[in-house]
Structure formats: C-alpha cells, structure tokens
Design a protein around this ligand. Sequence first.
Ligand code: HXC
Length: 519
Amino acid sequence: MKNQQKVVDLIDKREQAKLGGGEKRIASQHKKGKLTARERIDLLLDEGSFEELDMFVTHRCTNFGLDKEKYLGDGVVTGHGTIDGRIVFVFSQDFTVFGGSLSETMSQKICKVMDMAMKMGAPVIGINDSGGARIQEGVASLAGYAEIFERNILASGVIPQISAIFGPCAGGAVYSPALTDFILMTEQNSFMFVTGPKVVKSVTGEDITTEDLGGADVHARKSGVTHFKAESEEEGAMLIRKLISYMPQNNLEEPPLVACDDPIDRLEDSLNSIIPDNPNQPYDMKDIIHAIVDNGEFLEVHRHYARNIIVGFARFNGASTGIVANQPNFLAGVLDSDASRKAARFVRFCDAFNIPILTLVDVPGFLPGSGQEYAGIIVHGAKLMFAYGEATIPKVTVTIRKSYGGAHDVMSSKQLRGDFNYAWPTAEIAVMGAAGAIEILEGKAIRAMTNEEEKKSFIAEKEAEYEEKFANPYQAASFGYIDDVIEPRNTRFRVIRAFEALQTKKVLNPPRKHANIPL
Ligand code: HXC
C-alpha cells in the first residue's frame, strides 16, 4: 500500500469506528430517544476537547462465531477531554455494539482510562448503557468487571468518580456505579437492578415492571441509589458539568475558586422574621439556603430521597461549600435512618475532597418507634455522627431553631469538632422539647391532679418555665458550646467570615489503617 493510501486507509478506519455497530443500530438507538456514545461525550465535554483512545481495539472472542463479528472500538468509547477547561477522563458504553455488553477488551479500555485518571489526578465520568456481561465471553467478562470494581475502590476518595446511567445497567454491572461518588439517571430508558423483572417473577412470583423495579424515579425517591434524576440526557450532561464545578480534581487539591459578584455583607432582612412563633409550625429551610449562598445558587443532591434532610453544593464568596440542613418542612426535619445515611455519605464525600461544610440545624430529634429501631436507626444515626466526628475539613454550624437530644450532638456540634458554632436567637438547644420534658419531670404530680383546669394550668406553667430556661441558645452559649448568637439577616457575612478564618485549618486524625465506620 502506498503511503498516501495508508493515510486514506486510516481516515476510513476512523470513520468506520465512529459508526460503532452500524447505521441501522444507531437509528434504532435514536428511535428509543437515546443518543450514541460519542454524541453523549460531545454533550458532556467542552466543544472539541475530546481525545479518543483505543479506537482500534477489537474483542478476541471466538465463541459462538464472534470471530466473524468485530467492531472497531468494541462497545465503549474512551478518552479524555475538558469540562470548563479542566481535564476529565471518560468512558461511554456503545449500545450499538453487542448491546454495550462488557467484554474482556472493553474492560481493558475502561481500566486504562481509570488508571490514567489516577496517575493524572483527574475525575472519571462513566456513561453506562449496557446489556451487562458479554454472554459469549463467559467468565472473562466477569473478571473484566472485577478489574473495574477494584479500580473504583482504590480511586474512591482520591479522584471524583461520577456515573451516568443512560440505558440498562443490570446484574453485577450495577456495582461499578454504586462504588462511585455520584449516580445520575434519566427519566426515560435508564434502569438499574441486580435482577430484572423476569428473574424476580420466577424466583419470588412478584409481577413488576422495569420502571417500578429499577427506574430513575424509584431509585431517586425510594432506594436513594441515584443522587440525581434528569429529564433528558442533555439535562443530565449539564448537571454533571455543574456538579464537577464544585469539586477539586483530586483529594490533594482545593476546589476551584470562582469570581463572586454577590456582596459578602449582603443583609437578608427577610431572615429576621422567617421563623414562625409557633415552634411546631414548619418553614422551608431551602428559603434560608437560597438567601445566604452566592447568587442563590444551590445544587441539591438526593433531592427526592429522605427529604427531611437537605444536602448539596453552593458557594460562599466563590468558594465551594457542602451544605447539610434539616428540613422542618418534611417530617418536621427529624433524623431517621435514611436521612442519616444520606447525610453521612455526603459529609464523607466533602471531607475526602476538601470541601468545607455548613450545617444548618433545626432538628427535633431522632424518629422514635419500632419501625426505625428495627431498621437499625442506632447504627445509621451513628454513621452520621461518625462522618461529622472524623471530618477534618472546616465545619461551620448555625442552629436555626430546634436542636434536641442526641440529634443535637450529631449535627456538627462543638464536641464533634465543629469549628464555629453559631445560633440564631430563635434557637432551642435542649435535651428535648418542653412537652416531653414536663411529662417526664412532673408526670407523678400531673397524674395525681384530679381537677382538669388545675392540671392544664400547672402543665402550662411548668412548660413555660422549661422554655424560659432551655428554649433559647443562651444556656449553650454560656457554656461556650455556641460561639456566638447572630442576627439572622447577617448569617451570610458571618458564615463567610468563619470559613475565611478556617482556610488554614490543619487537623489530623490518629494514624491507623482505616476507621471502622458502623456500616
Ligand atoms: C451479548 C448482548 C447482550 C449481552 C444485549 N446484547 N445484551 N450481547 N451479551 N449481555 C445484544 C443483543 O443480542 C442485540 O444484538 C443487541 O445487543 C441489542 O439487544 P436487544 O435485546 O435487541 O435490545 P433491547 O431490546 O433494547 O434490550 C436490551 C436489554 C436486553 C434489556 C439489555 O438486550 C437484555 O436483556 N440483555 C441481556 C441482559 C443480561 O441478562 N445480561 C447479563 C446479566 S448478568 P443484535 O446483534 O441483535 O443487535 C451480568 C453479570 C455481571 O451482567 C456480573 C458482574 C460482576
């Protein structure tokens, strides 16, 4: 072949590789409302930044006549590019090639970019759209999965890992996304389950649709497996770009600082009157969050799951910050097992990647009852306590209203190494609420009373006495557990000042192989 022809040949090969499993299958992918592996990468990365690797890799399987069916690239597109100018490594499974199923060589391609991401200290984003293990390759495919799992595990806490699920993700294949930091699913076409509806029916007799078993909605609301639910792949890609903007490239770097045009001393007068006089009346904690962060921008994580606690990313004076906040608007902001696990995982992500945490507290306690006890709330609550207690990143806490009992300790209290603990004048920091306390303290006296009127006024008087003493932040402030009681409208400024003072914070945990968080 003449040299010039070799160049033409290369161009042809590239064009052929770009067609994946062929035009017919691409058309079928589009007909399902799905984009191709390369179209997805183009959406995700800065325009023209993608550099593809391993385009000429083909599988080596000869079973079931597969040696006669080979596609350049073998079912996954891999490489690197940039998001807002910062390098990321990506892999995007190509459903048009054997249904995106995982072969030995596909695994090698994915592992190569994961290894590069670790070497370079850059995030990895995986786009999943696959029929699972390539059936014709048998155990070689299973080994390929395990190679990826091990890399997910070793990369955890070192580089951010994000999984987009834009198609099927079933069987053991679900465990790679589950090992990553964040999962995003789309409302259509995206599903995840360990066993599909047919196996479920044959093993347990349960009749269930694909969507009800493992669609985006159930994983966003019920299981909490997915952190984000997007309406479309386009929206999903934009969400991932935004998410990445809050993170450093790796655990040794700080998150990027962006220019801030929102005045740091902006007073938010509405906050002085946002807390209702009736302590049992809810309000929306998100109103407080939006009022204090830069430009009101808040990227909520796990928006639909365990809504009694809010977690997500925002910025203060341009600095990326994780926010954890009880939500009085849902289940009165109580801590239950799901909320504890949700927040614990978020706190640990922030701690691993040097993202400071602001905690906004309005918590009436842990949710009582056999349901929660049997679900292991003791261990799940301990997870959140553990996560806060071991975290060494800057931690600022603002107690807005209730902070009762064990939940007070858990929510980034001073004794769990909270750096700056502030309270609004509306804060109530106590062992429990007035009604519960008086029932216990004065139960005998109350039961002995026969006159209903007298009983009522006795209870009211005792509760008022208790509230006077404990339904405020000043007892905690008198012990130094609260560093200052602040004017609500000035919260943004005080939080920014606190984080600025913490910029050089250095705290190390005792040396050990690893801690034993109550899993
Ligand atoms: C090889 C596969 C494949 C697989 C799909 N294909 N899955 N090839 N191995 N696992 C091929 C099909 O033969 C077909 O080829 C093409 O991909 C598209 O598949 P369709 O069935 O036509 O697509 P669709 O109707 O959209 O259905 C998608 C699907 C279905 C729901 C994913 O293909 C499916 O159920 N596949 C099998 C899923 C599965 O059981 N996988 C193994 C799970 S166990 P042609 O040539 O017609 O285009 C597992 C263990 C992992 O994954 C363990 C890790 C530890």
